[in-house]
Design a protein around this ligand. Structure first.
Ligand code: IPE
Ligand code: IPE
Ligand code: MG
Length: 247
């Protein structure tokens, strides 16, 4: 049961899971421990989102820029993703969670892509929460890929340049069949988007919380939903309150 103060549940919550390294540093531990702790926060957050009745939860797992980290750290992060899918896929499937992956796929090497595809395939008919994993994801890369597809259609004479609309661009993005995020949360106190869902975030509510990602949990997720419920979304128009008061 959802409490009255959570009456307005966002349909889509997206999270920039940041601060694993700093969480570990603060404790004198290697960064990799922060990343494994982060996986526990992922499990808890997925459950909380499903319980709250959120339809889509997008987690920024690895950015197209994260390849620039030292090779050992990149390998740790890829290893954790592998482990997460191998260990958690069956349970997520049992819980009726549908997995979707966004990000560049063509250039991925090794076993990661087959694993991601397996996760999508196994869970494609599930009807509870959709868990969107943003892996090798960068918004600018996504937009470039979308625009290139449209340019090819123009080149082939299948589309006129004047026929390009915001809707058409949206339909070429990795998130084509996913509604825009209503709420984007970033942990760790950083206040930036770091190339995450730039197009889709046009009217998202942004929430920056100080906690490092490994400390994020069910209560903090529900706190974020409360903040969301108190926001006044206007989409360029007038708020319901202002309109009712006659200006
Ligand atoms: C988030 O934690 C995990 C990924 C970006 C994959 P970080 O590794 O960025 O942790 P900080 O920001 O260095 O503390
Ligand atoms: C954003 O965090 C990417 C993910 C959470 C996967 P980063 O830690 O990579 O972002 P910057 O470098 O601080 O902007
Ligand atoms: Mg970071």
């Amino acid at each position: 049961m959802v409490s009255p103060e959570l009456a307005i549940i966002p349909r889509h919550v997206a999270i920039i899971m940041d601060g694993n390294g700093r969480w570990a540093n603060k404790r004198g531990l290697p960064r990799t421990i922060g990343h494994s702790k982060g996986v526990e926060a992922v499990r808890e957050t997925v459950k909380a989102a499903a319980d709250a009745g959120v339809e889509y939860l997008t987690l920024f797992a690895f950015s197209s820029e994260n390849w620039s980290r030292p090779e050992t750290e990149v390998n740790d992060l890829l290893g954790l993703l592998r482990k997460f899918i191998r260990r958690d896929l069956a349970e997520l499937h049992r819980e009726n969670v549908r997995i979707r992956v966004i990000g560049e796929r063509e250039k991925l090497r090794g076993d990661i892509l087959p694993l991601l595809l397996e996760a999508e395939e196994t869970t494609r008919h599930n009807t509870s929460l959709t868990l969107v994993i943003a892996f090798n994801y960068g918004s600018r890369d996504e937009i470039v890929r979308a625009v290139t597809k449209l340019a090819r259609e123009v080149e082939a004479g299948k589309l006129s340049a004047d026929g390009i609309t915001a809707q058409l661009i949206g339909e070429q993005l990795d998130t084509a069949d996913i509604p825009d995020p209503d709420l984007i949360i970033r942990t760790s106190g950083e206040e930036r988007l770091s190339n995450f869902l730039l197009w889709q975030a046009a009217y998202s509510e942004l929430l920056f919380v100080p906690d490092y990602w490994p400390d994020f949990d069910r209560n903090r997720f529900f706190d974020a939903l409360k903040v969301f419920a108190s926001r006044d979304r206007r989409f360029g128009g007038l708020s319901a309150k202002t309109a009712a008061a006659g200006g």
